[in-house]
Structures are given as C-alpha cells and as structure tokens.
Design a protein around this ligand. Sequence first.
Ligand code: ARG
Ligand code: ZN
Length: 864
Amino acid sequence: MVDAQTAAQAPKVIRRDAYRAPEWMVPEIALDFDLDPAETRVHATLTVERNGDHDAPLRLDGDGLSPVSVRVDGVEAQGWHMDGQTLVVPLSGKAHSVETEVRIAPERNTQLEGLYASGGMLCTQCEAEGFRRITFFPDRPDVLSKYKVKLTAEKARFPILLSNGDPVGSGDLDGGRHWAEWHDPFPKPSYLFALVAGDLVANKATFTTMSGRDVELGIWVRAPDLPKTDHALHALKLSMAWDEKVYGREYDLDVFNIVAVGDFNFGAMENKGLNIFNSRYILADPDTATDWDYDAIAAVVAHEYFHNWSGNRVTCRDWFQLSLKEGFTVFRDQSFSADQGSPAVKRIEDVRGLRASQFQEDAGPLAHPVRPDEYMEISNFYTATIYNKGAELIRMMSTILGPENFRKATDLYFRRFDGTAATCEDFVLCMEEASGIDLSQFRRWYSQAGTPRVKARLEHAQNGGRAVLSLSQSVPPTPGQPSKEPMVLPLKVKLFGEKTGKPLTSERLVLLSDPSEEIVFEDIAERPVLSINRGFSAPVIVESDRDAADLAFLSAHDDDPFARYEAMQQLMLDTIVGAVRSGKGDHGAVIEAVRNTLADDRLDSAFTAEAVLLPSESFVGDQLAVVDPDAIFRAREALRRDLGRELEHEWRLAYEAARANRFELSPAAKGARRLKSVALSYIAASGAPDAASLAFLQFEKADNMTDRQGALTTLAGGTSDKRVAALDIFYQRYSDNPLVLDKWFQTQALSARDDTPETVEDLARHRDFTLGNPNRVRSLIGAFSVNQRAFHHASGRGYRFLADQLIALDKINPQTAAKLIPPLGRWRRFDSLRAEKMRAELQRIVDTPGLSKDMFEQASKSLD
Ligand code: ARG
Ligand code: ZN
C-alpha cells in the first residue's frame, strides 16, 4: 500500500539546513532473513552507541513495518512505542544491543523499493530510503555499519543466496531449505545494503588488482540469459583497470557480483560488492542489442563500479549531497567511455542529453540547484541536474585545475574522507587545497539553479589588428531564486581566419566571472571567426552574433570536433527557427554545410552521423518563446526533405559505403552503422520511391539489432505498406524477449506519424503492455511524452492519456510514475489552449485521493 496523501495534508518539507548529526550510531548490524515471497521474517540485531551527550531515545525508521518483537540487551524491551512509522525505544546507557523482528511480503511489493520479487527471484533496492521497508533502522546515509547477513530460503527455488561483502559460510537445512552467510568488512550506510535469492547462473572471471590481489567477478542472470553477459563482464574488467590507472583506485573485496533483474525502477545500483542492475544494462548480443545498448551497458557497468570509491568508500552525509557521489561518478563514467571510443562523439552525445533533459529541467517548475535546499521526497531528486549538471561541475573544476592538480585533489579527497560520509563542500575544499585555486565564486554552481546565458560579440578593428570579444552573462530566475549572482564560467575560446581558414590564436581558457568582460586579442590580421565554449567547457547557452556564413565556416574548419558539430547545430537551429517564425525556410546554407561534411573523408563516420543530424523538435522548441509543435515539425521536416533531395546522391553513397561493413563492435564499425541509419532516414525523407523497399531490405537482411531497429524506425515513421509488415515480423520474432519488445513499443511511441496518439492509446491496451514493469512503462508512456508533436496534439488527448496512466501507475509504483510528470510541467512554454489543458491534467492528478508523496511533490510543483 502506498501512503495516502492529499493536497489537504501536504507532505513535510525536509530542509538541508535542518541537518543534525545522528543521535545514535550503529557500528554493527546482524541481519537474519528467513526468505519467502509471501512472507519473509527479518530479524535484526543492532549494536547502538549514543552519539554525544543527550538523553534522547533511539528512533528507528520504518515504512509499512510493525514489530513482532523488540528486545534490548537480550530481554523483551519495555516502553517502546510507535511514533507514526518510527519505532521509538527508550535506552538508558551509552551502548546497547537492540533486536527487532518484522514480517514483510516481497511478492506484494509493487513499488520495487525494499525487498521485492522479480521474475522468480527476490532482490532489494534500498537507495534512497528503501531499507526502512525491510527492517527498523536509522535509515540515513551518515549512519555507517558493518553488516553480517544470514539468508535462509528454499533451496530448489532459491539455490543462489547473495549479499554484500564476502561469503563466509553456507549449508543445508531440513525441509529443503539452505542458508548462506555474508560479511561486509567495510562500514556502509543502509542504502548500500543488498540481497538476492534466486535460481541464477554466473558468468565468472578473475581480475587481478594493481597490488596483485585476485577478485572473483560474477555476472548473475537466469540460465537462458547467460550467453548475453560477456559484454558486461568485459566492461567490468575494463572499468576496474581504468579506475586504477586514472584515479589510482583499487577494488577492495574478494568478490564483485552483479545481478540482472527485469523489474527495476532505474538503471542500476551500486550496493557494496553486489551491484543490482536493470537487465537492459547487462544483457546484450548482436541480435537483440543495438550499438547504443552496448555503449550504455559499458557506461552503466562502469558507473556502478566507480561508485565503489565515489559513493561507497566515501559516501554522502545527507541526501542533499547526492551530487557528491552522482555528479562525480557520472563524470568518471563519461571519461571512461570517452577513453574507449571517440572522445568527441561521446562529448556530443553527452551534451545532447544534457540539453534534452537538464536544460529543460533548469528552465521549468522543477528547477533546483545541484545541491538542493529542500525536498519532500528524495526519490524525485535523482534528476538530470544532480547527475548530469553535477558531472559538468566536476568537469569544469577539472578544466580549471588542470589534469595534475585535479588528480592530486581527488587523491586528497579519497584519502581524507575514506570511510566517512562527506559533503559537496568537502569535495570543493579538496580541489582548493590541492591546487591553491580559490573556488569561492565557483561554489555558486552548487547553490544557484538555472542555465547561465552568455552573450558573445566579437569586434575586429580592420586596420589595428586587434579583436575584442565582449562577453556578458546572466542567470535566469528559477523557483525560489528570483535573482542570481554572476558565476564563474570557464569558456574555451579560439579565433580562426575567415580567409585562410587557419587558426589565428591558440586556444584560450577564459574564466568569465564578472557580469561582463572584454577579452582582447592582439595582432589579428584578418577578419576572425569566433569559436567559443569549445568542447562545451561550460554548461551554458551561448548567444553570439555569428551569422550563417560564420557558422558554415566553423562547421568546416574548426579544429575542435565538438565546436565543429556545435556550429552545424547552431546553423540548423537558426534555419529551423527562422522558418518557424517566417513560415518559409532558406535551406541553402545547411545543405551546403552538410554536403561539405559528407565529403570530408578525414572525418570518422560516427562524427559525421552526429554532425548531419538535425536538432530535435523539442530543442527547437526551447529556442522559441511559445512552442508551436506543429509548425516546428513542419519546418524541420521541410529541411529534412530538402536535405534528402538535394543530397540524395551523397546519402546513397554514404549508405552504400557503410553497408559494405561486416558486423563488428569496433568504433569504426559502429560509426558506419550509425551513418547508415542516418543516411537511410534522409533517403526516406527525400520521398525517393525505393526508400521503403531499401529500408525493408535492410530490416530483413540485418544481422544485428542496430540495423534492424534503424530500418524499423524509418518504416514505422512512414506511410508505406511495408510498415505494418515490418512491425508484425519484429513483434513475432521477439515476442519472448521483453527488452526487445520494449523497443517495439518505443519505436511506435516515437513515430512521427499523424496517428501516433491513437496508436499509443491502443498499445496501452496491448496484451504485452503492463504498468507493473518500469521498462515497459518508460518505453511506451515515457517515449510518447517526449514525442513533442504527438504528445502535444491540439486536442489534449496526449495530456489526458498521460495523466490517466500516471494516476493508475501511482497506485502501483509511485517512484516510476513521478518521474514521468515533467512533460506536463512544461505548460508555460505552450499556447494558452494547450497550457490550460496541461494544467487541468496536473490539477486532476493533484486532486486524486490517496496520491503518493512522490506524485504530489512533482505535480503540485509543476502547477506553479
Ligand atoms: N545510485 C544509483 C545510481 O545512480 C541510482 C539510485 C536511484 N535511486 C532512486 N531512488 N531513484 O547509480
Ligand atoms: Zn550513480
């Protein structure tokens, strides 16, 4: 059951400045689980120690628990009581042993938080506050304990019993049951606790650490999935070696296990020595996983592994510090992925993602600082701001410090805070201390929400040879923060000669810290073109006075691949925005720039594929005062069609060249496939009569999912009679594979067809659709809600559909439901008819009796 919540009794707001040290510490805990899906008995023995001079009782968090027994120092406790969900135990001395016993029902846990059942196994998810759904405990990250865990279960159904740390014993019991015991020598907060019981097999390997210790690695799945685990295992070994080499971090236990589960609220979880993963970030083979999936698997495996230091050895003092571990760990996984393939393409992908999710969040009603000041429900704060903007903050600090000082600073951080619960401030202090650089003003990045805007104007004195770059910055108001102070913006800048196409300066790192500044470049002999925010050195929006010719020039001549991509994007964006405003598009400059890019054989295919891709409809919308989804769609499609027609020959050449590749997972082969699908979509956009048969041929002959799904996407967005055939073949072929069926739902939900809203409503009634599985929910409902034109259908049916689904989902899984609210919160960006309809749906959600705290916070804030 979900806690009842209505607008009348709004949930309590938790504030960062209300932080107090724990009254009781729990240096040790012993847990004894008698596991059964219908009823599991949990016996906990806590060694508690009074922290400081006070006479407060012990308060243990619970959620849906009622104690079967409470004992203190071995005898039945006197005077304990419940204060709401909290178990209060009066204690007289400095240290005691406190035992509790509770019963829980994993198979009825549809929230997927705490101990739950998935695909016949039992598993846990405790971050952020799930442990209190398993046993009574001070469920906060600054209470660190050594765990001893004993698991008992029916042997036939649950032959494998796993928990954190190292295995210390196991044995058989009467009645077909057996047991296993695990000890974790590293003190950890309760959110890192995990257990798994199931009929699982492992793909195993040994990793020898830098000091020569052998670690046994295991990726645990159900037997039929075993052949799909090699990629994840390989990625794990690469991650372990990378963290040793780049950060000097060695793994610390004798075993490292990963378990894949089918029902999971997000990507994965870094529990100490026992990571639990959404199966979509583990399972891969060429027939079922795309290149994108392969890369995402490696990135998430790395992310969770890296948490062993940035998160587990050094954890967070309180949840306001969440970005301390998440921002830093995302930065680490991004750097890892960049090192495995093309750093430029990785940066392009990350910035695309940042703009799509974080910039929108920062511009809307749910905007919050990287270190928030308050929340109602912490699960709502696992956001793009905490993760991705948080990663940008670390990246900026590494840019400002330079690689050597940055490494010194992270060494200091890990040394000083090992085994403790730290704050964002602790991290920044280490950056300062190791480098001698003052980051006082930089700290505003942690406290001020909103995406800074930079205006850049370059002036060149014709004869004087001097160029002056005028920069100014502003940070927009966000909820609760009406006015902002200037930030420190590290902007990498370089000038290029328009005539010669050559650099006129070296790259300069400008630290813009005043509201406006002028940067002078001497001896600039010819008209310079400005390349700014190279590598996306600061997560800001740059408005420059560069015209189409300058942007086209940079798209061909800039020596920073990211800046080159960026110039092309800006050119495309200006073109589409111009067309939306004026009703007619001037496509010449984009067509020529794309032609040049396709002709440049020094570029690798993955980069070319990214560079020629048009900005998304919603990114175009972000540039406009009022988003007109239909006009944006038309303008963007018109440009796509002209690019397809004018460059049809080039697209066909690119397509043929890429088609010659054999299937491999090398960066080159992946790049070729990416360019092939992009080329195919442009050929289709051109209206070429053979486009559908080309796509269908690719669909049928594909020996990998990247090609197959690429072709399916093209067909599913079109009107050819091959569309239904392809969707049916795909469905039949993969009907027993949930991860691939997700793609089938998602492809249709993202389709650009006029009838997508109806199709999605029908799909929600499909027999394979269920609100019980978060991946399925995200692949249909989540995907649809970011399909700008379909979701914002003028009738409002998209809004109604989303609200209906979320109200139903809230009763099952409030965490996953609340994550899908933001598209409705964008109402301010639309015309008044749409805005009214969006608000009405948000209001309907808020007014729903029994709404969860998660949904209440997201929906009520979105109304403001
Ligand atoms: N720490 C996990 C990760 O990023 C994610 C946990 C998300 N928890 C949540 N309640 N949303 O690696
Ligand atoms: Zn993480």
